[in-house]
Ligand binder design. Structure first.
Ligand SMILES: Nc1ncnc2c1ncn2[C@@H]1O[C@H](COP(=O)(O)OP(=O)(O)OP(=O)(O)O)[C@@H](O)[C@H]1O
Ligand SMILES: [Mg+2]
Length: 362
């Protein structure tokens, strides 16, 4: 068996997510050793949801060759996340490949909970992740990560800010710079200056993803803040009922104005399962997230139930994906992270259509 034969057998094998050939994209690298063919494959996203499909396609292409040559086949999966800055003119973060904004039409729907757990899940999947709490009105990310109030330092030359690091995730938050409860009295220009510094003067390091918890709402303040940040794609968080959906549609319009693709919808507090009797209750009616995702032409990234392990994760400073990683809530949140990451990578691989940014995944 020769490497040329291996490459010939692999020629038609495509990434099922993008439809692009592994070899043409330099994502597959075969190596031969006595009695063994090792194929290194760089996946396009952490927690890649179509891995079983890709694995089967690769094995189907290579196993006849290996069988004939008496070689075993070993596949080694790695991760190389593509990047596509949303707006070149806003590219203030050259070391950050993707900025994933988490947004909602209104407060209290679980935006910070989703931000924190998605960031931790991406980290668990092996990605390099940072977390920016841009919610100037209610910065809650540090508390959700069990962080003391002020943790940042400056670099040796005094010119750059080192973010706080929590469980391997660099974090910046308005909460580090104000006394608790004071953030709301800040004037717009001060907030803008601070957020600009968070983007330009912070040593984020090499990141695959910077997850940004945006402030709730769709007013001018939110619009101008969202404009400061070169967002690659955004997730919209909603609860299932109609009134919440009206607000979140406004948020979708805001991103459309900013030419930021909405990559998916998360329906939070989707339902409640009684731990004692197993009864399933749709507290806030049902189906809203699915309807919204359908209307926007994007993916429903997940339906997260109401559960006190999720709220306790926020209170205790240990997010549920870390506290109970194999529990169904953690798995649902990790799935949101994996699907969102894949959606971003697909954007990079295929590019959004400018005229229909809200329909990139349809
Ligand atoms: N799926 C869930 N199950 C149980 N509790 C949840 C769930 N999602 C969020 N919560 C709780 O609901 C409250 C609001 O959530 P969170 O702070 O994440 O919302 P938010 O949209 O960021 O709110 P804000 O607008 O205040 O920033 C928190 O106490 C959180 O722990
Ligand atoms: Mg919040």
């Amino acid at each position: 068996m020769t490497l040329d034969e291996v490459r010939a057998a692999l020629a038609g094998v495509r990434d099922p997510a993008t439809g692009r050939e592994l070899l043409a994209d330099n994502r597959a690298e075969p190596r031969l050793s006595p009695g063994e063919l090792v194929l290194g494959i760089d996946l396009i996203s952490p927690g890649y949801p179509l891995r079983a499909e890709l694995d089967a396609a690769v094995r189907a292409a290579l196993e006849p060759l290996c069988g004939a040559a008496g070689h075993t086949l070993r596949i080694e999966y790695g991760l190389r996340v593509p990047s596509k800055p949303a707006r070149q003119d806003l590219n203030r973060l050259p070391t950050v490949k993707n900025i994933l904004a988490v947004a909602a039409g209104k407060g209290g729907v679980g935006k910070s909970t989703i931000s924190v757990n998605v960031a931790m899940a991406l980290k668990q999947f092996g990605a390099r992740v940072g977390l920016l709490d841009a919610d100037i009105y209610g910065p809650s990310v540090p508390k959700m990560l069990g962080a003391p109030a002020r943790e940042t330092t400056t670099t040796a030359d005094g010119n750059r800010i080192q973010p706080a690091i929590f469980r391997g995730i660099p974090v910046m938050s308005v909460a580090f710079f104000v006394e608790p409860g004071n953030a709301v009295v800040w004037r717009g220009p001060m907030i803008h200056k601070l957020l600009k510094q968070f983007l330009e003067d912070v040593e984020w390091g090499e990141l695959d993803y910077l997850v940004v918890d945006l402030p709730p709402g769709t007013g001018d303040a939110q619009l101008s803040l969202a404009q400061l940040i070169p967002i690659t794609g955004s997730i919209l968080v909603t609860t299932p009922q109609e009134v919440a959906l009206l607000d979140v549609r406004r948020a979708a319009n805001m991103f459309s104005k900013l030419e930021v693709p909405v990559i998916g919808v998360v329906e939070n507090m989707s339902h409640y399962t009684c731990p004692a009797c197993g009864h399933h209750d749709n507290i806030f009616s049902s189906g809203g997230g699915k309807a919204l995702a359908h209307d926007l032409g994007v993916e429903l990234l997940g339906q997260i139930p109401i559960d006190n392990r999720i709220s306790f994760g926020g209170e205790s400073g240990i997010p549920v994906v870390e506290a109970h990683p194999t529990g169904e809530h953690a798995v649902a949140l990790a799935q949101v992270a994996a699907r969102a990451a894949l959606a971003l990578s697909k954007l990079s691989a295929t590019g959004p259509k400018r005229s229909s940014l809200l329909r990139t995944l349809s």
